[in-house]
Design a protein around this ligand. Sequence first.
Ligand code: SF4
Length: 160
Amino acid sequence: MYKVRRWVVRHARLFESLYRGFEPVLIRLHPFWRRIGYARAEAPVKAVEKRVKGFLFDCQMCGKCTLSATGMSCPMNCPKNLRNGPCGGVRANGNCEVKPEMRCVWVDAWEGSRQMAHGDRIQVVQEPVDFRLEDTSSWLRVVRELADHPRERADSGADG
Ligand code: SF4
């Protein structure tokens, strides 16, 4: 999946647009999710999310997606799980100090963000990883948050 995720970063603008089209669809389904119950929807939605985002982004299902603020490069692929930029160990060739064969996810994040319409979201400080959300659907969480607090979330730079 490494090649795929790097290809996605190179086409970050396209994926940003796709997500902007996908998010309203998810939100429109809010009454549906509420009717069947978010708890019951969690397993099937999570399974689809895991497959799709696993293939495209090497998603680790952290439960709180930041792709729109990280140039479509998943920060959970950083061996140190850094959510706010690279450590001081990026190699001169742009690769990771822990995995020398891998491009630093934050080098990719910066390059991806430069292509995106809202790439400056990379400057938004992200909250630390909340491991209680691990292996839960970020998509469903987004729908709930946007349905409850549309403005706050729009300003947060978070993604699904
Ligand atoms: S949900 Fe978390 S682990 Fe998955 S792509 Fe988004 S940031 Fe990465």
